[in-house]
Design a protein around this ligand. Structure first.
Ligand SMILES: Cc1cc2nc3c(=O)[nH]c(=O)nc-3n(C[C@H](O)[C@H](O)[C@H](O)COP(=O)(O)OP(=O)(O)OC[C@H]3O[C@@H](n4cnc5c(N)ncnc54)[C@H](O)[C@@H]3O)c2cc1C
Length: 266
């Protein structure tokens, strides 16, 4: 681990001011990803800016019909929230299946979307639900936020403050978890929103993406048969010791079918 300084500002304004004047500083939320990254010497921030206790980043509420989750809300808090379970049960379920209890009790939704690990679960939910990421500077639509492996629209010093999810008509998330870490080998989030059907895939490719072919097929007929005959092209998918491209392409189709099967009965 390289040496760094540690600061713990008492307010969001102080965090913003500090990040603005220290371009090499990094926010520290749950530390579930950042601390191992530092241990592996894969990052060398000048300062860790501890945002884990900031009340302004916490909380879950329903505002103007949308579910609004503070960036500092842990996965465990999302999983057990009655607001989330009532408004978007699939999101509570997604959070419940992240990692293990230690990860769920420390890791935050803001840290997860800011990190944009290609195998993380939240990016699929945020993208499929057409959520809006609210930062300390602006509002970013999910379609513009995720920009590939560990890359987002966030600029230096920009902090995720909260995420606003419009309530879908119905939604389901299916994941094939890596048996050791819990990360998604592949995960598919299917949402029927007021703007149409949205299908987001995580784990299979270099970053979360929408499966437009499945969306078009489901818009014509929302049933398992509509996606059963589709084929996900494997060429651009991930391949590693855990699974080939073709294996992941098949997982995308199978998990999409499972999600639709769950929803078609509702
Ligand atoms: C063993 C293990 C298993 C896991 N399994 C899964 C899994 O199954 N599914 C899954 O999705 N994830 C999994 N994770 C990752 C976990 O969800 C992390 O909690 C998450 O990726 C990062 O959240 P964090 O709050 O810990 O962020 P941190 O580690 O503190 O930060 C991560 C990055 O985001 C930045 N950041 C943090 N908060 C903000 C903010 N509000 N605004 C801007 N930037 C910010 C940090 O500077 C850093 O670059 C696992 C992690 C571990 C260690």
């Amino acid at each position: 681990m390289y040496s760094f300084n540690y600061v713990k500002p008492g307010s969001l304004k102080e965090v913003n001011d500090f990040l603005a004047s220290n371009p090499e500083a990094r926010p520290l939320a749950g530390g579930m990803t950042l601390i191992p990254t530092l241990k592996a010497r894969l990052a060398q921030p000048s300062h860790l800016v501890d945002i884990s206790a900031l009340e302004e980043l916490k909380g879950i509420e329903v505002r103007n019909g949308a579910l609004v989750i503070g960036a500092g809300t842990t996965h465990a808090e999302v999983a057990r929230s009655t607001h989330v379970r009532d408004a978007i049960p699939a999101l509570a379920e997604l959070a419940f299946h992240i990692g293990d209890p230690a990860v769920r009790n420390c890791g935050t939704i803001g840290g997860s979307v800011a990190n944009n690990d290609p195998a993380a679960d939240y990016p699929a939910g945020v993208l499929a639900l057409g959520a809006t990421v609210v930062t300390n500077r602006r509002e970013i639509a999910a379609d513009d936020f995720f920009q590939g492996m560990f890359t987002t629209a966030l600029e230096p010093g920009e902090l995720v403050v909260r995420i606003s999810f419009p309530k879908p008509r119905r939604a389901a998330y299916e994941k094939f978890a890596h048996p050791a870490s819990g990360y998604a080998m592949t995960g598919v989030f299917v949402a029927q929103t007021n703007g149409g059907i949205r299908v987001a895939v995580t784990g299979a490719g270099p970053g979360v993406f929408r499966w437009s072919e499945a969306e078009a097929a489901l818009a014509k007929a929302f049933n398992v048969a509509a996606v059963a005959s589709l084929t996900m092209p494997a060429a651009d998918l991930n391949e590693d010791i855990h699974g080939s491209r073709e294996y992941r392409a098949n997982l995308v189709r199978v998990l999409t079918k499972r999600a639709v099967a769950r929803l078609a009965g509702r």
